[in-house]
Design a protein around this ligand. Sequence first.
Ligand SMILES: Nc1ncnc2c1ncn2[C@@H]1O[C@H](COP(=O)(O)OP(=O)(O)O)[C@@H](O)[C@H]1O
Ligand SMILES: Cc1ncsc1CCOP(=O)(O)O
Ligand SMILES: [Mg+2]
Length: 263
Amino acid sequence: MKESINQSFKTLREKSPLVQSITNYVVMNNTANALLSLGASPIMAHAKSEVMDMVSIVNALVINIGTLDEYWVESMLMAVEKANQLGKPWVLDPVGAGATRYRNETISELLKHKPSIIRGNASEILSLADVNIQSRGVDSSHGSEEAIQAAFSLSKEIGCVVCISGEKDYIVEGDKLSSLANGNAMMAKVTGMGCTASAIVGAFAGVENDLFLATTSAMAVLGVAGEIAAEKSKGPGTLQLHLYDALYNLDGEELMERIKVES
Ligand SMILES: Nc1ncnc2c1ncn2[C@@H]1O[C@H](COP(=O)(O)OP(=O)(O)O)[C@@H](O)[C@H]1O
Ligand SMILES: Cc1ncsc1CCOP(=O)(O)O
Ligand SMILES: [Mg+2]
């Protein structure tokens, strides 16, 4: 698995995928910078007049419902329909799933279009799998291991890869499971770290056809870069900056040395 992750990381750097995000106002800048630092190319576009043309030229699409509204949801539905028509991978980040009825209804609509990959924290994945939980907004109130069974059911129901992030990240597809024990607890204190994870998942999905491997690779790279950044940081502010530098400077050798993956 480690060798395959390293190979998909090399491919990402060679191909520099173009990743379209329809994402929230909070994280547009963080996620665009993280993709650039990694070696991918970001484009944020949500206008209904261009959204389908944009999907036609990108390698992957990321749909993030963090600050949804009616116009944006229509754009999202147009974009995912186009991505499916063209056979392009799309990632769903169900930010704040379970917090409000509007979020849940929007997620149900999006799930009908069968995302290629879903990446969320444990509370969000539990909510998507219809486990009756009280969500506290965008942050998880559950450990990632608590959502593994929910991720298996969701993966089988939708036919997609599901990633649960947290202290340990779990990636599920059908009966397959991989886990990663990289990262640092301070990462949860930077807003948009999960959205960054989803954007990076999109970047790997844009170059790697095996979406289970693409998702595991993305979470490995972010986990390793996050722990390198945390070693240099005194708090969340510098962690965000060091994360860009760590993504930019990461090489295959250090990635291989640090990855803690099980599959
Ligand atoms: N306690 C932790 N230890 C190590 N890594 C963590 C921890 N909490 C979050 N991360 C990492 O931070 C990133 C964002 O995950 P998470 O905080 O679960 O997403 P979200 O921001 O959507 O809630 C992931 O790469 C995850 O592995
Ligand atoms: C705080 C907040 N509110 C709406 S979207 C958002 C960002 C959430 O980002 P993440 O899930 O990556 O922490
Ligand atoms: Mg999130």
